[in-house]
Design a protein around this ligand. Structure first.
Ligand SMILES: CC(C)(COP(=O)(O)OP(=O)(O)OC[C@H]1O[C@@H](n2cnc3c(N)ncnc32)[C@H](O)[C@@H]1OP(=O)(O)O)[C@@H](O)C(=O)NCCC(=O)NCCS
Length: 115
């Protein structure tokens, strides 16, 4: 059953303005930071905004059970590009989209009622 849902929208320009190594370390996992190293500045802002929105969404979906740090959430794109999150034993589905100005994230937490 669905135990929680979350969504978040981020203005990419706001991320562009504050992007720094410290900001990336706060928002991204080590693996995600590695991924940004080969990105253009524009793609880095888009990617980070998408990850930020997705992680806020995950945190909202998990809010009844716990409050993870964003950098502890490692979102990996599978071979088809689909984002996947593995965090503890939780079953979480996540989706990301971005347009020119905004990025959006959506997450669903599933499990048994007694979890
Ligand atoms: C993949 C696809 C869903 C992306 O949609 P889009 O409108 O171009 O781009 P959006 O901004 O809405 O979404 C981009 C995000 O979608 C997610 N995404 C990419 N591929 C995905 C997939 N197969 N399934 C679910 N989500 C996917 C990623 O999180 C990506 O953001 P990120 O790279 O920063 O993590 C779209 O191109 C599509 O429907 N393609 C058809 C399937 C396809 O050709 N797959 C190619 C790999 S086989």
């Amino acid at each position: 059953m669905i135990l929680g849902i979350g969504t978040d929208i981020v203005e990419i320009q706001r991320v562009r303005k504050v992007i720094s190594d410290a900001f990336l370390r706060k928002v991204l996992s080590k693996e995600e930071i590695e991924k940004t190293l080969s990105m253009s500045e524009e793609r880095k802002a888009q990617f980070t905004a998408g990850r930020f929105a997705a992680k806020e969404a995950i945190i909202k979906a998990l809010s009844d059970v716990e409050l993870p740090e964003m950098s502890d959430l490692n979102i990996v794109n599978n071979e088809k590009g689909k984002p996947e999150i593995s965090y503890k034993n939780y079953k979480i589905s996540v989706s990301i989209s971005h347009e020119k100005e905004y990025a959006i994230g959506f997450a669903i937490l599933e499990g048994d009622e007694d979890e």
